[in-house]
Ligand binder design. Sequence first.
Ligand SMILES: N[C@@H](CCC(=O)N[C@@H](CS)C(=O)NCC(=O)O)C(=O)O
Length: 207
Amino acid sequence: MIELYTWSTPNGRKVSIMLEECALPYRVHKINIGTNAEQFTPEYLKINPNGKIPSIVDPDGPGGKPYAMMESGAILIYLADKTGKFFPEKIKYDVLQWLMFQMGGVGPMFGQAHHFMRAKKDAIPYGSERYGKEAKRLYGVMDRQLEKNKFISGAEYTIADIATYPWVARHEWHRVDLVQFPSVKRWYDEVGARPAVVRGMAVPATG
Ligand SMILES: N[C@@H](CCC(=O)N[C@@H](CS)C(=O)NCC(=O)O)C(=O)O
């Protein structure tokens, strides 16, 4: 059984959605990052040297040996390779582009918007404006892509959609009205109706 170390955040939920989509058995270990302590214990740093969630430990990793992994994008690729799901060879590089767009753009920029808008309550207006504007720009990019394509990286649902959905689910946190991005809204409703996405978004059950 795969051990999942996570918390109630978009990066954590990418992995719980993927595990649900692939019907892989997993056990949830809550790492309450709000304590500023649980993610930095020596035991946890052995699994995730970066001191963040999510992480997994697969007892049946490469070569049949236990394998610990950090970085949500890498974990999605690993689980896709393991199961042969949601990372089709024929659109591999399209998927990678949009996965990297999420990992290097959507996640970090929305995360900064949340920090300045919510955690700092707009105390530093420059930060809220800078990251709020960048978040809207990224929605524009996604909206144009989703106007032409059913899913983020093309005609099929892939790990790029799984990586992006939990961040768009926080649109109110970065003050984006999905009405202004109708193709993102169409995709968001469709992906959000998938039973595995509903289950994955509810992990961890409390926290
Ligand atoms: N690039 C990393 C980012 C992970 C990340 O930033 N996780 C946040 C929660 S979403 C975290 O653990 N923050 C706790 C901290 O920074 O102390 C990934 O995608 O896995």
